[in-house]
Each structure stands twice: as structure tokens, then as C-alpha cells.
Design a protein around this ligand. Structure first.
Ligand SMILES: *Cc1c(COP(=O)(O)O)cnc(C)c1O
Length: 480
């Protein structure tokens, strides 16, 4: 399988190179050239364990890793999970909850980042060299990425987080890791600022090559790839237990990475009837799927901080696969490649004002170029407020004795508002103990987890860095 860029100006690369490249060299995102149709395997795959299924699915995309090596990587990656099913699905009332928080940092990001950390190590073992990971986090990515690579030889990791805008526990989960290869950068700004700095540094190819920079954000295709697995695994489990032939998924969404993996699963032939896209008050994706408005607004801090995003990276992948004409480079060519903000503005202008196809897409849900591919009507968007989130957490705790974290609650809210006869699986993206303050407001008591309790008073290590590209570049070059 070869990987190409959404912006069409990167030579196709194999899987291993795509993992090392992270962001495509032309500033776009990498995607497989083609999506395998797995309809014929569905029957056979229904009975596999999580790890066996992961091997079948992932190996379709990783021709340059021998299958027995891939098996070792997968087995190692999921040893760190505390549940023997890795990602179990439980029934709560009429809904199904896919629990993705049994990994080392109690967030769904462990599923992909445990895998990615081991893929990085594998590639470095085979090819030699070193890797310096640069990432931005709205809360959970950072700790999961750090947990994926801490202490690994020949890898350093630099994670930027917006100071004061992530939960104290999330911050502690990152800064209490004292390994020499781990660096935490507190940036005075928003997550979007951190992501902007990161993308700009990756776009500086001289710098990227000089310091062998690698990406762990969902710009890295391997993240999306590993997440495809649990859509299959959970759908099989629910189809088996209900006898239904189709399912829906409800996905708490920020950067569009998780739900994009669901889109991939759907395109590969898993019978997903709809994808429910849940946002908080940072509702750019809600507005887009409701009425085609992809205009950026100020980022608001909410009780679901991992979704406080108004600039969803993977939206570009979505647009690309949704109308392949993205590959014509007409919008990007005129722009300064280092001016990511200018590009985003042009992109927003473009999508909101000038693309005839785009309007057709909004009106009919179809693009002439991709009729048989994709369809906006496969998504149902919902936006939840803080009050609604707290109320649904309270309701599920009181009525069903089940604790939803504030992100998961938004997905459950979307499912409750869009009820269907088709079984709905809500992705539980974090353990509620990661957000004790909010849980206390919602249900009046603390939610604790021994892993988090254990780091409460642990010593920490982090640096404050100014909110600009140069400062972050200097921080890196000083330490490498
Ligand atoms: C990262 C995260 C999300 C958002 O996922 P995306 O892939 O960015 O859409 C939702 N919930 C939690 C708990 C997260 O950590």
C-alpha cells in the first residue's frame, strides 16, 4: 500500500516512511492510495480476538512490515491494557458503550499510541538513526504519546500543551514522567496555537530533516489506522449479541481523527449505518455538517477539554476522500508554505465562498466526482452544552449506575437525541477519573482511579516556552 498526500505534492511512500514522515512534506496529510474492500472477510473476522483482528486489518496497510513482525508489535502494544478484551463493549440501557480507556493513561489514545510507539522502535531498530517526536496536546494525546515512548532508546519526545487549559490530572500525567527522553513544554495559548506551531515546524523541512522530527498527533496515519480496529471489533460484538446487521457509532469529536477511523471502517465495508459526530460548544464540525459553515471561531474552554478545537486536522482527510478533486492543488500553490494561518484562512474562504462543487455537496450530499464514494448524509452532528453534559452524566449515574466522562457524555447525548432502531455504539474516550472536578460537579462525589491516585504527589518536570515558533525551535535545538 502506498501513501499519498491530500495536497498531491509528495511522492508516494510506503507505510514505514509514512509513519516517519508524519505530516506530508507538502504540508498535507498522508492517506492510503486505495481503501481495501473487506466485505468478503467480515464473516471470518467476527470470531477473532482484538489482537488477531488488529493483525488482519493493519496488515492490509503495512506491506513493508512482515506479518510475523507486525504480530509481535501488536501483541506487545496491547499487553499494557488492563482488560483482556482490550476494548470491551458493554450495554447500558438501550445503548452500547465501547470502553476505550483500559490502556495505561486511561484514554482512547492509548490504543493507537501504544502501537505507534512500538512501530517507531521497530523501524529504528531496522534502519538505525534516531527520532525526535514533536507533538501538541489538548490533554490526552500528550500523556498517551509519552507513555508510548518513555524510556525507549533513540527516541526523544517533546510535547506542547496549553498551560492552564488542560485538566490538572492530565497535566500531572505528563509532567510526572521523569525519563530523560521526555520534555513537556507549557505554552501560554490555546491548543490550536500549539497545533499551529507544530504544523509550522513540520513545514520547515530543513529543520524537520536536521532534527529527524516525527509526529504522534493524528496527522500521523498510523494513529488513524490503529483506531479502525475497534470499530470492527465492537460492531462484530454488538451484531452478534443483537442479531442486527448494521450498527451506528457515536463519536466525541475534536480533531476528527477518531471519527475518521470510523469513516475508513465504513468505506472498507463494515456495515455502519451512520456516524454520529458529537461536539461541545466548539462546534465548527457541527456547523459544517448541519449547514456547511466551516468558519473558525474563538476556542472556548469547556468541561471536555480534549474537544476544545476549532481547527480539526483530519478534516482535510475527510474533504479529500469526500471529493477527490482536492488533489488538484489550485488553492495551495499560491500560498506561502510557511504561513499555515494564511493557508487556513484561504481554505476557509475557499470552502465557504467559492467552490461550486462544495455547494452542490451541501445541497445534495453528493459530489459528481465521488458519487460512489462518500456522502455527507452518513454523518449526524450534534452539539452539547455544558449543562446538557452535566445532566446526562448525572442521569446515567443515577439511573444506570454508569459513569460517563464529560467527553463520552457528549457522544451519549448525541445518541439520546437521535434514537434509532439500529444499535448505537457510543465510544467512551476517557475514564471519568481523569476529570474528577467535573464529575464532582455532576454527581457530587469524587471518582478515583488507583493509577491517577498514585501520581497525585509525584515530582514533576516541565518548561514554560513562549507562544511562538522560534521559541519552540530554539528549545529543541538547545537540547538535541
Ligand atoms: C482526543 C480526545 C477526543 C477527540 O478525539 P479526536 O480524534 O481528536 O476527534 C475525545 N475525547 C477524548 C477523551 C480525547 O482524549
Amino acid at each position: 500500500m502506498k501513501y499519498i498526500s491530500t495536497r498531491g505534492n509528495t511522492e508516494p511512500v510506503g507505510f514505514k516512511d509514512s509513519v516517519l514522515m508524519g505530516l506530508a512534506t507538502d504540508g498535507g496529510l498522508l492517506l492510503p492510495y486505495d481503501f481495501p474492500d473487506v466485505t468478503a472477510y467480515l464473516e471470518e473476522w467476527r470470531h477473532l480476538s482484538f489482537q488477531e483482528l488488529a493483525l488482519e486489518i493493519i496488515s492490509l496497510f503495512t506491506e513493508d512490515i512482515p506479518k510475523q513482525d507486525l504480530k509481535k508489535i501488536i501483541d506487545n502494544s496491547y499487553k499494557t491494557f488492563r482488560h483482556n478484551e482490550i476494548t470491551p463493549t458493554v450495554k447500558v440501557n438501550d445503548l452500547f458503550i465501547l470502553e476505550l480507556f483500559h490502556g495505561p493513561t486511561l484514554a482512547f489514545k492509548d490504543v493507537a499510541l501504544q502501537f505507534l510507539g512500538n512501530v517507531f522502535s521497530y523501524i529504528l531498530e531496522k534502519q538505525g538513526g534516531c527520532l525526535n517526536i514533536l507533538g501538541a496536546t489538548s490533554g490526552d494525546t500528550g500523556s498517551a504519546a509519552i507513555a508510548g515512548v518513555r524510556g525507549k532508546p533513540n527516541i526523544n519526545i517533546f510535547i506542547m500543551h496549553p498551560t492552564g487549559r488542560i485538566s490538572p490530572i492530565q497535566e500531572k500525567q505528563m509532567t510526572s514522567v521523569l525519563d530523560d527522553n521526555v520534555f513537556n513544554l507549557g505554552i501560554k495559548g490555546t491548543f490550536d496555537d500549539c497545533q499551529y506551531i507544530m504544523k509550522s515546524i513540520f513545514a520547515d523541512l530543513d529543520f524537520k530533516n536536521k532534527y529527524s522530527l516525527g509526529a504522534i498527533n493524528s496527522v500521523n496515519w498510523a494513529r488513524v489506522l490503529a483506531q479502525i480496529v475497534y470499530y470492527f471489533y465492537s460492531a462484530f460484538s454488538v451484531m452478534k449479541s443483537t442479531g442486527e446487521k448494521k450498527v451506528r457509532f457515536s463519536v466525541p469529536t475534536g480533531n476528527f481523527g477518531n471519527i475518521f477511523a470510523g469513516q475508513m471502517a465504513m468505506m472498507m465495508g463494515l456495515p455502519i449505518e451512520k456516524l454520529l459526530l458529537a461536539t461541545n460548544e466548539n462546534d465548527i464540525l457541527y456547523r459544517y455538517f448541519k449547514h456547511g459553515d466551516y468558519s473558525r471561531k474563538e476556542v472556548i474552554s469547556t468541561i471536555s477539554p480534549s474537544m476544545d478545537i476549532q481547527s480539526a486536522s483530519n478534516y482535510e482527510r475527510y474533504r479529500y476522500v469526500s471529493h477527490m478533486c482536492w488533489r488538484s492543488n489550485k488553492y495551495w500553490d499560491e500560498l506561502d508554505p510557511n504561513d499555515a494561518k494564511g493557508r487556513s484562512r484561504a481554505f476557509n474562504r475557499h470552502v465557504t465562498n467559492s467552490d461550486k462543487d462544495y455547494y452542490n455537496f451541501i445541497k445534495t450530499g453528493e459530489y459528481a466526482t465521488t458519487k460512489d464514494y462518500w456522502d455527507i448524509n452518513k454523518f449526524i452532528a450534534n452539539r452539547g452544552t455544558t449543562d446538557e453534559t452535566l445532566n446526562i452524566i448525572r442521569l446515567y449515574a443515577e439511573k444506570y449506575n454508569y459513569l460517563l466522562d464529560p467527553h463520552t457524555a457528549l457522544g451519549v447525548l448525541a445518541a439520546e437525541k437521535n434514537q434509532s432502531d439500529i444499535p448505537t455504539i457510543c465510544l467512551a474516550t476517557a475514564h471519568p477519573a481523569k476529570f474528577t472536578d467535573t464529575m464532582k460537579v455532576a454527581i457530587g462525589k469524587d471518582v478515583i482511579h488507583p493509577i491517577l491516585d498514585g501520581i497525585k504527589d509525584a515530582p514533576t518536570k516541565f518548561d514554560k516556552v513562549s507562544n511562538n515558533i522560534k521559541a519552540v525551535q530554539n528549545f529543541l535545538s538547545d537540547r538535541l
